[in-house]
Design a protein around this ligand. Structure first.
Ligand code: AHM
Ligand code: MG
Length: 340
């Protein structure tokens, strides 16, 4: 469910208009969002021509001109980090592509940004949708004024903004600053993101479930039974549901936002804590989904209330339409009690 704008507004205009509603705003968060928008346009351009410029290759390979090329995910990482570095507002970046924290030139900058520069990397080589994810926190004041990794270990409820860019059949950027979700579509002919949906809302219930069923045998009993419930025929509740799984979280989440349903990446034998990362995959997409009226839990607890212990930690996730997520949680709770 979306709310279509009645006139053409670019991402930059929209961000400035939103900022003007808060007279005391410094404009720094607006600048940060515009920096991410600019990097997204550059990444989108490279994603679209990746096949011809050899960006699909590994680090150290050469393109047809004999120039050395970077992998697309490293390229995306560099574009986003240098865009954030230029405006001197962000003090620290944590990215899936870097083991430790990345200190930027502006040590005094007031924002900390988490990035998954190019999510869905296994889909890069097969021309399937991929995405970038970002999550923004304020730096908390410290008595010694030093900048340390612990400054970044804040629960998702403290995010001041979060969003994603989906490089699909068109490039879409969606973000929230805690006042609903806005989405923009890139018009490549003018190189601008144009507001396509203001105040995005997820359907309360959806008929699609999304999970990698290859790990079925090692799931919790409650999850096995919930997925069977999704598959049982019951026309009154729209079952059997449809199964859809792209393998790029951003793409699976965008579909869930538009059409409703549930996306799950559970704990399994291979991934005892789930595969997806709390800080730069689950928290930002949970903020988007909650702002759109949905729910995101780890099976029991709200994802955004988890106190992180490390910057790259993983967490199981059940996310999507509120009715679907609540139903999945009921199955998990009921059969966990029976297993205990
Ligand atoms: P990545 O960050 O290495 O790309 O991994 C994250 C991706 C998600 O986008 C997606 O939901 C998941 O991995 C798919 O994993 P699997 O192939 O195990 O189903
Ligand atoms: Mg990822």
């Amino acid at each position: 469910m979306t709310s279509k704008p009645d006139k053409l507004i670019t991402l930059d205009e929209y961000i400035i208009q939103a900022q003007n509603k808060f007279p005391g705003a410094t404009g720094e968060l607006s600048q940060l969002l515009r920096d991410i928008g600019l990097a997204a346009k550059i990444i989108s351009r490279e994603v679209n021509k990746a096949g011809i410029t050899n960006l699909l290759g590994s680090d150290g390979s050469s393109n047809i001109h004999g120039e050395s090329v970077k992998r697309l995910d490293l390229f995306a990482d560099q574009q986003l980090i240098s865009a954030l570095d230029r405006s001197m507002i962000t003090c620290m970046v944590i990215s899936e592509e870097n083991d430790g924290i990345v200190r930027l030139n502006s040590e005094g900058g007031k924002y900390i940004v988490y990035l998954d520069p190019l999510d869905g990397s296994s889909n890069i080589d097969v021309n399937v949708s991929i995405g970038s994810i970002f999550s923004i926190y304020m730096r908390q004041p410290r008595f010694d004024k030093k900048l340390v990794e612990e400054d970044a270990l804040q629960p998702g409820t403290r995010q001041v903004a979060a969003g994603y860019v989906l490089y699909g059949s068109s490039t879409i950027m969606a973000y929230t600053t805690g006042l609903g979700v806005s989405a923009f579509t890139l018009d490549p002919s003018i190189g601008e993101f144009i507001l396509s949906d203001d105040d995005f809302k997820i359907p309360k219930h959806g008929n699609i479930y999304s999970i990698n069923e290859g790990s079925y045998n090692s799931w919790a009993d409650g999850l096995k039974r919930y997925i069977k419930y999704c598959q049982v025929e019951d026309p009154d509740t729209g079952r059997p549901y449809t199964s859809r799984y792209i393998g790029s979280m951003v793409a699976d989440l965008h579909r869930t936002l538009v059409k409703g349903g549930i996306f799950i990446y559970p704990a399994s034998k291979r991934y005892p804590n789930g595969k997806l990362r709390l800080m730069y995959e689950c928290n930002p997409l949970s903020m988007i989904i909650e702002q759109a009226g949905g729910k995101a839990i780890d099976g029991e607890k709200r994802i955004m209330e988890i106190q992180p212990e490390s910057i790259h930690e993983r967490v199981p996730i059940y996310i999507g339409s509120p009715d679907n997520v609540s139903m999945a949680a009921e199955f998990l709770a009921k059969y966990a009690m029976q297993e205990a």
